[in-house]
Design a protein around this ligand. Structure first.
Ligand code: DGY
Length: 438
């Protein structure tokens, strides 16, 4: 284990560009929003100071409306598409930051978790390190609250407690079967030509989204640009619009975490009250989507007006934020641990695949259509500990560590063979390991 931790630390140092850690050396050579949060979780046990720098870099690129953009581009780094020239946020978006170049969409709000881990680790150190963490919190508290307020307002226009997304990339689960219905209704128009850089890094195209999927991903950028990334106009202009139950559950959880931090550090009462309010509203929003018996949660396609039931990680969203009846929660845990997910007899490790192996939609090697993502194992393990399920949390941790002991720190893994897939040396996979071993 100490050797694995040393390798993970070495990996993060190798991906360190100075004030940001690239999400992965070649496939993702910039800073990604939720990757950066998980990276900060992994950096915290190594250096609280460096973890703070990571979040500072991300927050320095926060938009003026409060949005944390999904990519912060590293200066002078090429090799990723779509880059700044395709997004054109600096010239089109009224709210884009002055300075850093960013994409024009957002990603799941896991950042409060990183802030909490930074504060936790800082307590193990002397005065100077504690002061760094606390100074960071004081300085960035208003930005963190602004971020959450933007999500609660700009992305929950009707106030039903569910976060709306206008691009599958915003979910972080780009090509999950969750979005097949919504993408089926995206009709691409004429747009500038492009070349997929990702396929020059991952040569086996079956591990990445298809060309048909990519055309739609890029078309949605054109739609966003046509309304200059204006929050209100997006809500009507976008041909892809979904309510993401997983992001909503993560948001509820993050609001609760931030509220607790705020209480412990005497932040303004009004902020703390607002955060508790959002935590409750979004928990309720998640619960409204669930099946009474099974407890399984659903996404909602705003364009077709249809519920989206899939056998993917999204169905377990209520396990993250809580609130189900006792029976429904038991049933949902049984599904999580049973033969449809972690307990499937052919799995190499007892960790949840992104899509159930018994689902029609399952593809064992194809990005979010089946493979195991170690960072998701980490997130469930962390959330289960928070829910008071120490044994379940511990189980995911030890299985996740067994998987990571191959030392590839892959982005995702084939669930049955354990073959590492996608990018190797993915920063957040190393971060998960460091937190588990820290
Ligand atoms: C990619 O480029 O595949 C990313 O997931 C988009 O954010």
């Amino acid at each position: 284990p100490t050797q694995l931790a040393a390798r993970a630390a070495y990996l993060l140092r190798g991906n360190d560009l100075g004030t940001m850690t690239s999400a992965a050396p070649r496939l993702y050579p910039h800073m990604w929003s939720w990757d950066a949060a998980f990276v900060a979780v992994g950096l915290a046990p190594l250096s609280v100071e460096r973890a703070v720098v990571e979040l500072d870099t991300l927050l320095s690129a926060q938009w003026k409306n409060g949005m944390i953009p999904h990519i912060v581009f590293a200066n002078g780094v090429d090799g990723y598409f779509p880059g700044p020239a395709r997004w054109e946020t600096a010239t089109l978006a009224a709210h884009a930051p002055n300075g850093p170049q960013t994409s024009g969409i957002t990603q799941p709000p896991v950042h409060a978790i990183a802030v909490q881990r930074i504060l936790d680790h800082s307590r193990r150190h002397g005065r100077t390190t504690r002061a760094v963490a606390e100074e960071f919190l004081d300085r960035r508290w208003p930005d963190l609250v602004r971020w959450h307020r933007w999500l609660a307002h700009a992305r929950d226009l009707d106030g039903n407690g569910r976060i709306a997304l206008f691009h599958g990339w915003e979910s972080g689960m780009d090509n999950s079967p969750r979005w097949d219905l919504a993408y089926a209704n995206v009709v691409t128009g004429t747009m500038p030509k492009y070349l997929r850089e990702d396929l020059t890094v991952v040569a086996d195209t079956s591990q990445r989204p298809s060309n048909g999927e990519y055309d739609r991903y890029l078309w949605l950028l054109e739609e966003m640009k046509s309304v200059r990334y204006d929050d209100e106009e997006l809500a009507t202009a976008m041909s892809f619009a979904v309510e993401d139950v997983f992001v909503s559950a993560v948001f509820s959880m993050a609001c609760e975490v931030l509220a607790t931090i705020g209480e412990e550090h005497s932040m303004p009462n009004s902020d703390v009250r607002e955060l508790h309010g959002w935590a409750g509203r979004f928990r309720q929003g998640v619960l409204t989507t669930t099946d009474e018996r099974s407890g399984a949660a659903r996404d909602f396609d705003l364009r077709s007006g249809k519920w989206i039931s899939t056998e993917t990680l999204a169905m377990f969203s209520p396990l993250l934020c809580g609130g189900l009846s006792r029976d429904a929660e038991r049933a949902l845990l049984r599904t999580f641990e049973g033969p449809k997910f972690c307990g499937h007899p052919d799995l190499r490790y007892a960790v949840p695949p992104s899509t159930s192996p018994v689902s029609r939609d399952f593809r064992s090697r194809e990005y979010w259509r089946g493979p195991v993502w170690p960072v998701m194992t980490w997130l469930f393990s962390w959330a289960f500990a928070r829910r008071g399920w120490a044994e379940r949390s511990h189980m995911l941790r030890s299985e996740g560590l067994r998987q990571a002991s191959d030392g590839s720190f892959a982005e995702y893994y084939e669930p049955f063979t354990g073959e590492p897939l996608g990018s190797m040396q993915q920063s957040w996979t190393a971060a998960a390991v460091l937190d588990w071993l820290g």
